[in-house]
Design a protein around this ligand. Structure first.
Ligand code: ARG
Ligand code: ZN
Length: 858
């Protein structure tokens, strides 16, 4: 059944307190839940209470210590008749965590037990009103065999512990903050901790602990430092202080997503906790810092103020993504972080927004909420709040967020509540801006410029494409930071923020003798596509001169994108192609020589637009042609600038190591230089990469070298792949990289290789990280996934069908790549659609996969 946002009604009952008792066993866990319930004065009264369940085995049920007046099962839910104002329900259920391969609810991972309850996993533990607007105060007692589960953790503070008979022991945890069931967590296992402490601005000392398996302790230092920096930053920038005596983080190797913000007990995918130079790349270090911050920031944006219903998911996720992005901007290079975030938005969210799965950041309906943990809800959601921040300025934005936290502390709120707090606190008028919450699709802004007398004219218009269920769109306010450059001096008179709030608007600027060059959407103030009518020479000018680092990056991207889109379209004469390539080479040469740039920024400027972003710029995409032209350009640039890339490589290879920004930057440009050299001169690249691999003292260098080698033929490739495997065969996260590097390689036989890797003894469908490392990497490639034979599509469909009965949530995540079929050239479109139809025809599909496949078929 489909659930609609409009159908929201408050729950008829309140659950002021919840007591849970767990007697843990890997194959058999008994849960006794005691709920105090009372009628909700603010809801329509009901003679029954509906307690959600999902595959639960009910052992017993009592009302007020005796038999209930009536109860029945309605599907998986338990409906109990309650005649009075207040009752106590006691429910006993029995679970088999070892058999829980969905990784939702209570499950086993490497001999430990842990939970994942967001969004609807709590109903797999006990019968409960499993909806985010039912807040309750939890006390949890855990009993378990001590040798098997020496560490017992739950939300909040530990209030007691002891030993009992038969080598059992127990702990009691109390969380004083009322919370929805999705924030419940429990962990039991043989774990060790890195411990530290943090003193809050109010002088409260908080015990911090990061719990991992024995051998992983030395890889937790970076996570702990990141946590302390996050706590300090949230006090300083958002005025948010932590509110319990303890903050625990646990790393788990089997996990569907990145991490989870359970109150006082965050549970993480190991990928976002463990990092040292030998096993993690520089990118992994940044991801750990960002996700640690993200989950910590949820303590206020998510936990203290939670969501009324799941349609409001972006209330906590969009806001928290923005908060973690701003944090990372402050911890490292702000412009580089901004470019990275925009790159993710454009290569993941833009395609989502233009395909069959497009939805507004606040969706109107769903069948399975897990399918809406999307780049749209998260990343576009963050951009929409960032626009409010740009319009209000930092100081007024802070007044808005202060009011929001103040007004809604302890509540389950809505996106509308957030917008209202921004209006009242930040002094913005957001009447029309609310459309950003309800309209899907990436707006296209068209720009033309001209000069009349001494007046510079900028004409802007917007168009929002139709998306499923939304044919007609209304114009939205689009804030654009701009500057007008003087061609002679290379300077401008200052930036301003203009807001395009109608279909078409003309902006005029006086006092220009010559037509200025427009720099627009500086800092990417609005998540839109810009179509500008601009000469190649002017793009080259901005790529060299723009003082906004994002705008400079953008000019270069436009220069490359413009050429590649034209080239893929066909009919380019050799001389026109060469002329365009020459212009790009000149721009890159200037960037290579520009001493004012740091290497991290230089690296960003050297990254060519992604295959998916390029496909996005075309009405009908031919992945094979895009691949050819993009690789062709890369090879051409590698040849034209051979000595420059050699020099860059040599310089970077000689730079000192370590984790300082300069060292990280040097590794980044070294990897990029090597990839250009590889495109132009595979033999030379083989020599360099082999040498780099053998001398590497970081995972960044090792992975960079292996990526290049894995695209080549020959002994160096096989030898180094085997060496990597031997070195890391006992380290799951590093082994994931071994799978991913091969699955995304430029090797001509990549399809066959992925088939062989799926049979490798270290491959398993039971571990989501392993599945993603092999198949997500593959699903992004032109030469593998989009192989013209259709074999890549068939492999992904086979994977979905095999994984669906085991782990539907992760299986459904592989549908969107096939869902791009409507935008592909006819041959591939038919092959992709055929696979979607094959999946749709399978018996007993999960709700997750069924919803994604039917939406994708349109
Ligand atoms: N709230 C988590 C985060 O973004 C995501 C958890 C979602 N989990 C799931 N199984 N859908 O930090
Ligand atoms: Zn989140």
């Amino acid at each position: 059944p489909t659930i609609f946002r409009e159908d929201y009604a408050p729950f008829a009952w309140l659950v002021p307190t919840t007591r849970l008792e767990f007697v843990l066993g890997l194959e058999n866990t008994r849960v006794t839940a005691t709920l105090d319930v009372e009628r909700n004065p603010d809801a329509d009264p009901s003679p029954t209470i509906r307690l959600n369940g999902d595959g639960l085995k009910l052992i017993s049920l009592e009302c007020d210590g005796g038999e209930c007046e009536g109860h029945m099962m309605d599907g998986d839910d338990l409906v109990v008749t309650l005649p009075g104002e207040k009752h106590t329900l006691t429910i006993v259920t029995e679970l088999d965590p070892g058999a829980n391969s969905q990784l939702m609810g209570l499950y086993a991972s490497n001999g430990m037990l842990c939970t994942q309850c967001e969004a609807e996993g709590f109903r797999r533990i006990t019968f409960f009103p499993d909806r985010p607007d039912v807040l309750s105060t939890y006390t949890v007692r855990i009993d378990a065999p001590e040798d098997q589960f020496p560490i017992l953790l739950a939300n909040g503070n530990r209030t007691g512990s002891g030993k009992s008979e038969d080598r059992m022991h127990w702990s009691v945890w109390h969380d004083p903050w009322p919370k929805p069931s999705y924030l419940f967590a429990l962990v039991a296992g043989d774990l060790v901790a890195r411990k530290d402490s943090f003193t809050t601005m109010g002088g409260k000392e908080v015990d911090l602990a990061i719990w991992v398996r024995d051998g992983d302790l030395q890889r937790t230092e970076h996570a702990m430092e990141s946590l302390k920096r996050s706590m300090e930053w949230d006090e300083k920038v958002f005025g948010r202080e932590y509110d319990l005596d303890v903050f625990n983080i646990v790393a788990v190797s089997d996990f569907n997503m990145g991490a989870m913000e359970n109150k006082g007990l965050n549970v993480f995918n190991t990928k976002y906790v463990l990092a040292d130079a030998d096993t993690a790349t520089d990118g992994d270090f940044d991801a750990v810092e960002g996700v640690i911050a993200h989950e910590y920031f949820h303590n206020w944006s998510g936990n203290r103020v939670t969501c009324r219903d799941w349609f409001q998911l972006s209330l906590k996720e969009g806001f928290t993504v923005l908060r973690d992005q701003l944090f990372s901007q402050d911890m490292g290079s702000a412009p580089v972080k901004r470019i990275e975030d925009v790159r993710i938005l454009r290569s993941v969210q833009f395609p989502e927004d233009s395909g069959p799965l497009a939805h507004p950041i606040r969706p109107d309906s769903y069948r399975e909420i897990s399918n809406f943990y999307t780049a749209t809800v998260y990343n576009k959601g963050a951009e929409i709040i960032r626009m409010m921040r740009s319009m209000a300025g930092e100081t007024r934005f802070r007044e808005g967020t202060d009011l929001y936290f103040d007004r809604h502390d302890g509540e389950a709120a809505t996106c509308e509540d957030f917008v209202k707090a921004m209006e009242d606190g930040a002094g913005l008028d957001l009447a029309q801006f609310r459309l950003w919450y309800s309209q899907a699709g990436t707006p296209k802004v068209s720009v033309t410029t001209s000069l009349e007398g001494s007046t510079a004219i900028v004409d802007l218009s917007q168009e929002i494409p139709a998306t499923p269920g939304q044919d007609e769109k209304q114009p939205m306010p689009i804030p654009l930071r701009i500057a007008l450059f003087d061609r002679e001096t290379g300077t401008h008179r200052g930036e301003e923020l203009i807001v395009l709030d109608k279909g078409k608007v003309r902006f005029t600027f006086d006092g220009f003798d010559t037509e200025p060059v427009l720099s627009i959407n500086r800092g990417f103030t609005a998540p839109v596509g810009i179509e500008r009518d601009i000469a190649r020479a002017d793009l080259a000018f901005l790529a060299a001169k723009d003082d906004d680092p994002f705008a400079r990056y953008e000019a270069l991207q436009d220069l490359v994108t413009g050429h590649l889109v034209e080239a893929v379209g066909g009919g380019l004469s050799d001389s026109t192609r060469d002329e365009a390539r020459r212009a790009i080479a000149d721009a890159l040469e200037a960037i290579l020589a520009d001493e004012a740039l740091d290497d991290q920024m230089r690296g960003e400027l050297l990254i060519l637009p992604s295959q998916t972003y390029l496909a996005e710029q075309m009405l009908v995409a031919d992945p094979g042609r895009i691949f050819e032209e993009r690789e062709g350009l890369k090879a051409w640039l590698g040849k034209a600038l051979a000595s420059n890339f050699d020099a860059l490589y040599e310089r970077a290879a000689a730079a000192p190591g370590g984790r300082e920004a300069e060292a990280v930057g040097a590794r980044k440009v070294k990897t990029l230089a090597l990839s250009y050299i590889a495109a132009a001169d595979p033999d030379r690249a083989e020599t360099l990469a082999t040498r780099q691999y053998d001398a590497a003292d970081t995972m960044t260098d090792r992975q960079g070298a292996l990526m290049v080698l894995s695209g080549l033929e020959g002994l160096a490739r096989t030898d180094r792949l085997a060496a990597f495997y031997e070195r890391y065969r006992d380290n799951p996260l590093a082994l994931d990289k071994w799978f991913a590097i091969q699955a995304s390689s430029l090797h001509p036989n990549v399809v066959e290789q992925v088939k062989a890797l799926a049979e490798h003894p270290d491959f398993t469908l039971r571990n989501p990280n392993r599945v993603r490392s092999l198949y997500m990497a593959f699903a992004g490639t032109a030469q593998g996934f989009h192989a013209s034979s259709g074999e890549g599509y068939r492999m992904i469909a086979d994977l979905i069908l095999a994984l669906d009965p085991i782990n539907p949530q992760t299986a459904a995540r592989f549908v969107p790549p096939l869902g791009r079929w409507q935008r592909m050239e006819p041959n591939r479109a038919a092959l992709m659609k055929e696979q979607l139809e094959r999946i749709a025809a399978a018996p007993k599909l999960s709700r997750d996969t069924y919803e994604q496949v039917t939406r994708s078929l349109g």
